[in-house]
Ligand binder design. Structure first.
Ligand SMILES: [Fe+2]
Length: 271
């Protein structure tokens, strides 16, 4: 049995602190074979950098997915995708002019895990210079190009807003991959289950980030944007004393590559 630990969107410094604080205990109590994390908002709420990524690599995270903000730090983000291409996956349905890999093949004690990542199209603000193509069309080709018989599990992070699109994508991949995990909304959902053909599914894993916040950003700024209707940039409350910590644990039978258990977790921890 292959045990996978996946953290929801790690948001800014409070999120990184939460993962670094919780991971040693989780490694001891859960003994996962592989640790994965979504890092769309890793560096001060938008995108990744080498420095922030390497903080989590040192903490024990073995594979990363990004999202609509993955390249928000421009050259700094591109540098991180280029420096760790074997660990960090960018969405497969954005233009191929972006650097980085669309699949990671992660070695575990039980065999190789394939990690993939797609963006939804519904209600998603496009941060890229060309349209996001259909994830449904893209994933078929991606599976042909990347999935091989020797792999023990395939995990897909579907970074999307609309719950309907996420559920549909889960059913589309049921039986073809071991898990479809939703990210992006920062709010965990209570619908973890195994689909009929053996794919573990969760609409959204949630966020690792400041607890007293709106989706990880300063609540006062979010409120002002709603109340005034004016654009205002968001900051991460780096002085947060508590964090939401969300993660999912999936067990996969490495002979059938089907999931046998999924459990979603939500905790508030002190930083
Ligand atoms: Fe996102």
């Amino acid at each position: 049995m292959l045990k996978i630990l996946f953290f929801g969107d790690v948001s800014g410094e409070p999120g990184r602190k939460a993962v670094k604080k919780a991971l040693p205990q989780l490694l001891a109590s859960e003994n996962p074979d592989v640790v994965l994390a979504n890092v769309d908002n890793l560096a001060h709420g938008k995108g990744i950098t080498v420095k922030t990524l390497e903080e989590l690599i040192r903490a024990g995270v073995m594979g990363f997915t990004s999202g609509n903000h993955g390249f928000s730090k421009k050259e700094l983000s591109e540098e991180a995708f280029k420096k760790h291409p074997e660990l960090v996956v960018r969405p497969a349905n954005i233009p191929n002019t972006y650097p980085g890999q669309t699949a990671a093949k992660i070695a575990t004690k039980k065999g190789t895990l394939l990690l993939g990542h797609f963006l939804g199209q519904v209600f998603m603000e496009n941060q890229f210079h060309d349209p996001i193509s259909s994830p449904f069309a893209a994933v078929d080709q991606w599976l042909i190009e990347n999935q091989t018989a020797d792999m023990v599990a395939t995990v897909i992070d579907f970074h999307a807003e609309a719950t309907s699109e996420k559920k549909a994508f889960g059913y589309y991949l049921d039986g073809k991959v071991s898990a479809v995990l939703g990210t992006h909304t920062h709010i965990p959902t209570a619908d973890a289950k195994i689909l009929p053909e053996g794919t573990a599914y969760l609409t959204d894993v949630g966020m690792c980030g400041a607890a007293d916040s709106v989706l990880g950003v300063r609540k006062e700024q979010s409120l002002r944007r709603f109340l005034s209707n004016e654009y205002m940039s968001f900051d991460i409350p780096e002085d947060a004393k508590q964090a939401e910590l969300t993660y999912v644990i999936i067990e996969v039978d490495e002979t059938t590559k089907k999931a046998i258990n999924i459990k979603a977790n939500y905790e508030i921890i002190s930083l």
